[in-house]
Design a protein around this ligand. Structure first.
Ligand SMILES: [Zn+2]
Ligand SMILES: [Zn+2]
Length: 274
C-alpha cells in the first residue's frame, strides 16, 4: 500500500517560504492499495495537483473519494479537481449521510456561475455517492473501517487493512474532548497495532489553553494514543496554518525525545510505503 500526501495543512491554505517544506495545501491524500486500486481522502486544496496527475490516465477505474467531513479545508479543492469535468472519470464520493447534505450545500451550491465560474452542468464525470455507516465499506478487496471523531460536525477517521499492513488516518479529532462522542479508549482500540497512524496534531499544549473544544489534538495527545495502541510510526497532520517549517521541526525534535515511537511530520508530496 502506498499513501501520498497532497495536502497536510489545517484550517486554511498557508503557502509561502516559511511553510514550503511541509507544504501549505489543505487535506488531500492518495492511497494505492497493494492490488493497485486508487482511493482519495478529502478534497482540500491539495486535490488540484492530484487531479492534474490523474488526467494522464487513459482509462481510469472508479475512484472513491472519502470525505472525512465537509469543513471548508476538506472540500474547497473540489471545483479545481479537473477530473470532475471529464466524462471518462468515474468518481464515488464516500461519506456519512449528513456529510452529503453539507457537501451539496457547501460545494455544489457554490458552483452557480457567480462565486465560481463553472456551474454544475459542467460537471461531466460519472458521480456516485455511497453512504457509510458504522460498518465501514469495502473497495478493491480491502476493508475500510471508520470511527466517529470528536469534532464540531460529524467527522470520520479511517483504518485501512491491506494484507498484513494497517494504515490509520484520523484528522480533525479532539482526543481529550470534555464531552467526547467517542472515548479515548475506542481510538486506542481502533488504532491497535497500526504500522502507521497519521493523526491531527494541530496544537501545542500552550495553544490548547485557548483552543480546547475546537475539535483538534495536541502533539502529546497523539503520541499518547500511538503509545497506548502500540503503533509503529506516528505522523503529525493538520499542521496549524501559523506553524512555520522551522517551528514544526523543533517541536518534532522535542517530542521525539519523549517517546520510543518513530515520529514524523507529514509533508506534501511525501510517499509512505507500507
Ligand atoms: Zn480541518
Ligand atoms: Zn474540521
Amino acid at each position: 500500500m502506498k499513501v501520498t500526501f497532497y495536502g497536510v495543512r489545517g484550517s486554511i491554505p498557508a503557502p509561502g517560504c516559511e511553510t514550503s517544506r511541509y507544504g501549505g495545501n489543505t487535506t488531500c491524500a492518495e492511497v494505492i492499495t497493494t492490488g493497485g486500486y486508487r482511493m482519495i481522502i478529502d478534497c482540500g486544496t491539495g486535490i488540484r495537483k492530484l487531479g492534474i496527475k490523474l488526467l494522464k490516465e487513459k482509462d481510469p477505474a472508479t475512484i472513491p473519494i472519502f470525505i472525512t467531513h465537509a469543513h471548508w479545508d476538506h472540500v474547497q479543492g473540489l471545483p479545481f479537481f479537473l477530473p470532475i469535468y471529464m466524462p471518462r472519470f468515474k468518481l464515488m464520493f464516500v461519506s456519512a449521510n449528513d456529510g452529503f447534505d453539507r457537501l451539496y450545500q457547501t460545494l455544489y451550491n457554490q458552483m452557480d456561475g457567480y462565486v465560481f465560474p463553472a456551474d454544475l452542468q459542467e460537471v461531466q464525470s460519472q458521480v456516485k455517492y455511497e453512504i457509510i455507516d458504522a460498518k465501514g465499506f469495502d473497495f478493491g478487496g480491502v476493508h475500510f473501517d471508520t470511527i466517529l471523531n470528536n469534532h464540531p460536525v460529524p467527522t470520520h477517521g479511517l483504518r485501512i487493512k491491506d494484507g498484513k499492513k494497517t494504515f490509520v488516518f484520523i484528522t480533525d479529532n479532539e482526543l481529550q474532548a470534555a464531552n467526547p462522542i467517542t472515548p479515548f479508549s475506542d481510538f486506542v482500540a481502533f488504532c491497535q497495532g497500526a504500522d502507521i497512524l497519521v493523526h491531527d496534531a494541530q496544537y501545542t499544549e500552550e495553544d490548547m489553553k485557548r483552543t480546547r473544544g475546537w475539535g483538534h489534538s495536541t502533539f502529546s495527545e497523539a503520541i499518547k494514543l500511538a503509545e497506548e495502541a502500540g503503533v509503529k510510526r506516528l505522523g503529525f497532520f493538520h499542521h496549524d496554518p501559523e506553524r512555520t517549517d522551522d517551528q514544526l521541526d523543533e517541536i518534532i525534535k522535542q517530542m521525539q525525545g519523549t517517546t520510543q515511537i518513530k515520529l514524523f511530520g507529514t509533508r506534501e508530496g511525501e510517499e509512505l510505503d507500507l
